[in-house]
Design a protein around this ligand. Structure first.
Ligand SMILES: [Zn+2]
Length: 78
């Protein structure tokens, strides 16, 4: 993605689908999803968490794992 002289990404809204896909992929990394997790390695090639984020799909195992990872990161309230 092109950048200006200050390093800001020059977002072209014609690329909004790609931008959203990349953002989702990176958000899932923040939640703890990995390229080489068991669920990702067992997923089809069009999976969102494959290296380079080639696809848009997540498996039920990845969704369950994401919920678990996010819950583990929540502060304990008691
Ligand atoms: Zn990645």
């Amino acid at each position: 993605m092109p950048m200006d002289a200050n390093g800001n990404l020059l977002f072209d809204k014609r690329d909004s689908k790609q931008f959203a896909k990349t953002g989702t992929h990176e958000d899932l990394h923040t939640a703890g999803q990995k390229h080489d997790s068991k669920a990702t390695l067992a997923s089809p090639p069009d999976n969102l968490m494959r290296v380079g984020g080639p696809g848009t799909k997540m498996t039920p195992e990845q969704r369950t794992e994401s919920i678990k990872l996010i819950e583990q990161q929540q502060p304990k309230t008691r």
